[in-house]
Design a protein. Structure first.
Length: 768
């Protein structure tokens, strides 16, 4: 409990919850005694060995343990504390056995990138965030935990909670979008889902690893791994909340990020790890580096491997993923006085505590019940939930009335992504049944009369397409022979699709990003629909047939032409195992779409970074007004995004009453209720996501033009109304001021409610 002394009063309730979680996990005195005793019997080398994390051979394809296996050699030498990157249960069982027979006999912690499902794949995290349904998100994490633990995994490298304002960054797909408040709610939901809520790790609970700490999503120019240039104040206000909320929710571990912050790589950044995460937020778990991040600090220009390893350890980084910096240099650094034995002990103890809390000392095979892997993975129930999650994560961006489709129509389903199962699975689905994901063509064919055609290549540039499609395989599968592509000329593909379109009543064109066009190491400077596919859309448009564009993507794209020319645009993202079924459910109106964007969609890549919660500037210019000299705008594009944060259409319509406040003045320690009546004015039942924003009119530091501070998802039958209420206290009105204090400053606040960040109406609240 001593860490509570360092906390602000405002955080005490949440911190208490986290403390109770930890306390319930393991009676601290028993754990302390056990670990002190264990460590007293460990050699220095064995202690350093606990700080070492390696990937399984072949990363994803570990089949059998052999004595030639590099990890086995390390284990036998007492130099391995954990392993990640395999869901192969027999392999895990065998290597765990070797761990018990080697050195101090300490079981391994087994990690894995379980990001949006394990074998059952859910929509990519950015898509899931557009459901604004925290129970749904929690349940996807719960199912992923059930499946992962049934395969022997006890630690997942999730949730990824990096805020991102720049769609060029491919890893925007892995997070919850651009808003720190929503990001915080998502972080808590994921932690609850993975770790469970009863404070004890039973055999269906995994430890989370919150990543990438910190500010990885702020990469300059959206280029992956790039430097981050943010002030502490902006970092705290705009980016940190999700990491902080995860700590308060009891997250067990964090992964340090690749980027630098304030000139210091995050993986050796004492301010981030020790001062903020541990001392201020009360986190008491362990921190692992991202893969080879310690070794990369040499490239950052900090020093050689011994130097950067020593500095990382001293800054509070406990575990080294794949750099061999700790096992390779710390003994010598200790002898030279660069680190102390206490530094090593501290990190070792944190890792042993995690293993203790997981129950691995009591039963190293706790997560290796062979019967579970048969019964609890990729079940019909899990797949049914994947379908529901996909239904709730599809954003209707445009509809001129063509949707929903009648099942009696003749439909031409065309486009290179219409039959691409892996594109449904999305960026992080290494353990998934990718080939079995239901494609759009399959889903639509099950309910309607369909013809189909591939329609186009992905890119006109063959080399580019090859490297996007097969680059990853070439890295992880030595000797991999990529299939030949562009074997059928693009003109022929287009002509076939056009012929099918001409005979149909409506065209469903499935285009966008395959799963390798976003994710790690997949930044783009041009975020439009790739050229070959755009050519297809233009040819289809020339037929005069109504076109529904199904957008498969992991990031916002620039869709100004499509928004004008297509009759409807349904953003289905990478929707997971049951994607094709969920697509059909929405297209034919069996499900009314309700998702709303959590990232702004720019009109033009030149607008990036683009985010709704920006500052006003001294020369503001209305978002929708054309160019004007000497104000903050562009000559060739308006400031507004094409689709704003919070935006998404439905097959019904809603009206909002003006906002009323229970009082127009609020004492600093009081509260006020903001209410609005929402009515379903259309003819279908639906779910509406009602959003509350605030604006601090005058503050001692500049404040964003709008900030999300609450949301509710309400179900409404046609004609029905409901009153939606939000309670506001000084907590929602506070921010980190210039001195980095969390303050609510007296004065006027605009309190706004609406269906998205653009179309809000508000009332003024005076706080005193
Ligand atoms: C990624 C992490 C991931 C790790 C292990 C890194 O390259 O940045 O998100 O967890 O690899 O696979």
């Amino acid at each position: 409990m001593d860490y509570l002394c360092d906390m602000n009063l405002k955080n005490i309730t949440i911190a208490l919850a986290a403390t109770l979680f930890v306390a319930a996990c393991a009676p601290k005195s028993d754990m302390d005694k056990y670990i002190a005793d264990l460590m007293s019997r460990m050699t220095l080398e064995q202690k350093i060995g606990q700080l070492n994390l390696h990937s399984a051979p072949g990363f994803i394809s570990a089949i059998r343990v052999t004595e030639e296996d590099e990890n086995v050699k390390l284990l036998r030498a007492g130099q391995l504390g954990g392993l990640y990157g395999t869901g192969n249960t027999e392999y895990i069982r065998d290597i765990q056995q070797i761990a018990l027979e080697s050195g101090a006999g300490i079981p391994l912690i087994i990690g894995m990138d379980v990001i949006h499902g394990f074998q059952t794949v859910f929509p990519v995290p950015l898509a899931l965030s557009t459901s604004w349904n925290m129970d749904l998100v929690e349940q996807t994490a719960r199912i992923a935990a059930t499946e992962a633990t049934a395969a022997g995994i006890n630690w997942v490298f999730s949730p990824m909670v990096d805020i991102c304002r720049d769609a060029r960054w491919g890893r925007i797909v892995e997070g919850g979008g651009e808003d720190p408040y929503l990001g915080g709610e998502l972080a808590k939901a994921y932690v609850r889902g993975y770790q469970g809520t009863d404070g004890v790790y039973d055999d269906h609970d995994v430890m989370v690893c919150v990543k990438h700490y910190a500010l990885y999503g702020g990469a300059e120019a959206g280029r992956d791994y790039n430097s981050v240039f943010l002030s502490r104040q902006e970092a705290l206000n705009g980016y940190m909340r999700p990491y902080q909320q995860a700590a308060y929710a009891g997250a067990a571990s964090y992964m340090s990020s690749f980027n630098e912050f304030e000139g210091i790589p995050a993986s050796m950044n004492k301010y981030l790890m020790d001062d903020l995460l541990r001392k201020e937020w009360g986190f008491d778990g362990f921190i692992v580096s991202d893969a080879t991040a310690i070794a990369e600090e040499v490239n950052h220009g900090i020093g050689d491997l011994p130097e950067v390893s020593a500095r990382s350890l001293q800054a509070g980084l406990d575990m080294d993923m794949n750099s061999d910096g700790y096992v390779g240099t710390l003994q010598k650094s200790l002898a030279e006085g660069r680190v102390t034995e206490a530094d090593i002990d501290k990190a070792c103890r944190r890792i042993l505590e995690a293993k203790y809390k997981l129950g691995l000392f009591e039963n190293p095979f706790k997560y290796l019940d062979a019967t579970r892997s048969v019964k609890e993975i990729y079940t019909p129930e899990h797949l049914a939930f994947a379908r529901k999650a996909a239904q709730e994560s599809m954003v209707l961006l445009k509809n001129n009335g063509v949707l929903p489709l009648s099942k009696n129509l003749r439909i031409a389903v065309v486009g290179p992504l219409a039959q691409n199962a892996a594109a449904m699975a999305g960026a992080w689905s290494m353990s998934a049944h990718n080939d079995e994901c239901v494609t759009p063509l399959q889903g639509i064919s099950e309910v309607a009369r369909v013809t189909s055609a591939e329609g186009s290549w992905l890119f006109k540039d063959k080399e580019l397409e090859e490297s996007v499609r097969y680059g990853l395989y070439k890295i992880f599968m030595p000797g991999y022979q990529a299939p030949d592509i562009h074997t059928v000329p693009q003109e022929r593909l287009i002509a076939e699709a056009v012929a099918k379109a001409r005979q149909a009543d409506v065209v469903v064109a499935c285009v966008g990003e395959i799963e390798t066009l976003n994710g790690e190491g997949a930044s783009r400077t041009d975020i439009s629909i790739p050229d070959a596919q755009k050519e297809l859309l233009k040819a289809l448009k020339a037929t005069g047939k109504p076109i529904v564009m199904l957008l498969v993507t992991g990031r916002p794209l620039t869709l100004t032409w499509e928004d004008t020319e297509m009759d409807a645009i349904l953003n289905v993202w990478s929707p997971g195992s049951e994607g094709g079924h969920a697509i059909a459910d929405v297209l034919f109106g069996d499900v009314n779409p309700s998702a709303k964007l959590t990232t702004s969609f720019p009109r033009n890549v030149g607008q990036l970074p683009l985010y709704y919660n920006h500052k006003n500037t001294g020369r503001p210019h209305p978002d929708d007004k054309p160019y004007q000299k000497f104000v903050s705008c562009y000559i060739d594009e308006i400031n507004a995004p094409l689709y704003p944060f919070g935006y998404g259409l439905s097959y019904t319509t809603y009206s909002y009453s003006p906002v009323t406040l229970s009082a127009s003045e609020m004492p600093m320690d009081g509260s006020v209720t903001a209410s609005v009546t929402v009515t379903n004015t259309g003819s279908r039942s639906g779910d509406e996501i009602v959003q509350l924003y605030i604006h601090d009119v005058y503050a001692t530091s500049t404040r964003p033009v709008k900030e999300l501070k609450g949301f509710r998802k309400v179900h409404l039958e046609p004609g029905a109304s409901t009153q939606v209420e939000f309670t506001l206290t000084k907590e929602e009105l506070s921010y980190y001021n210039h001195d980095l204090q969390w303050v609510c400053e007296p004065g006027d606040f605009e309190i706004m409610v609406g269906p998205n960040c653009r179309d809000t109406e508000g009332a003024t609240l005076r706080v005193q």
